[in-house]
Design a protein around this ligand. Sequence first.
Ligand code: URA
Length: 433
Amino acid sequence: MRAVDIIQKKKEGKIHTKEEIDFLVKGLLDGTVADYQMTAWLMAVYFKGLNEDETAYLTESFINSGDILDFSDISDRVADKHSTGGVGDKVTIVLIPLLAALGVPCAKLSGRGLGYTGGTVDKLESIPGFVCSLKDEDFKEQIKKIGAAISAQTPNLTPADGKIYALRDVTATVDNKSLICASVVSKKIASGANIIVLDVKYGCGAFIKTKEEAKELADLMIRTGARLNKKISAVISSMEQPLGTHIGNSLEIIESIEFLKGNYNKDLYEIVLEIAGYTLILSNLAKDFEDAKNMMDNVIKSGAALEKLKEIIEAQGGNPDVIGDYSLFNVGKNKIEIKAAEDGYVSKLDALLIAKACKLLGAGRDKKGDDIDFGAGCILKKKTGDTVKTGETLLTLYFNDIKDEKKEEAVQLAKCAFEYSKIKPEILSLICK
Ligand code: URA
């Protein structure tokens, strides 16, 4: 078998065998298939697609590229969640300590930023000292000890996805349903969890643009999980505007800490509750969403969820003092306020343009391995449906030392992200029921 023939086959829109997919995936890891061959194949897949069998083969090949964790000695109800990626999506950072404080063991495998979307691993690494690359045994030990761990893929867990994820990020091959499915489902199965809730996002700030496609992706992931004997649940949510108010690595951790202190944005609360609700019901800890809401509110009010975040930070080498002292974070030393150009209502807040502005300021990568500036990002003061007066602040951009051209481009993008109307716009619901 030769990689070039497999690429040619997909270029012609033909169907792969399991052996061909295994050959490519194994070859990438042992060096017999080059990165450029894999990226050529990914682009062919982007244009010609994978059918459901091929998608399941790819998922299985990713799972078999590394270890599969087993938590049966800890609990038969270990939870994991995964988002297909969005702007300002800090749900994991809030949800994991919350669930762990409620007695649900959480084994969370997270990724780095992908395309324009931020990654939980990058966000957590903005906490001074925080280590996300846990060894499998340390990941498991931490879950045993404190009930939760959040780790990047280790070299032993779905290493094939780890490598391909980084290639997709910089070759415009993220937004394909089969590739997203294989990437997400393989990680969730390898992480050993048995309660898996996915957050499938659609809209201008997500890889999937429409609600219909998000439903298709959710169904594909549920069916692929079932083929591999894993029950997966999915929530479908809108990513037309950023989630919450803070975008950028350090800033999103600050918003997450504030959430656990009881100061939350209502959109972020809604999605956290939806995913926590499913998880608590599937864990047989809550009888319905009302019950889950009360449980969630209680651990926020009592400070138990915040305490759990502190324990996770400490266990993973981070400085827990960040919880009380935000000056320990790198937050951009320079600020620019973007002001409203009209009176009326914000009729649109484009998540993608906001993400592009933050990336230009240094919050995201252009190519694999690039450094990111944890301090870059923005804080939104207005969101869709809010009233505005000319000259009022819409958002504040935060950045460190960057070139003037980039700064000016970011300002233009941030301005263009807002549209106005004289009448109150219809607000579509965040979660698709
Ligand atoms: N998250 C992942 O882990 N993989 C994708 O492909 C997209 C989002």
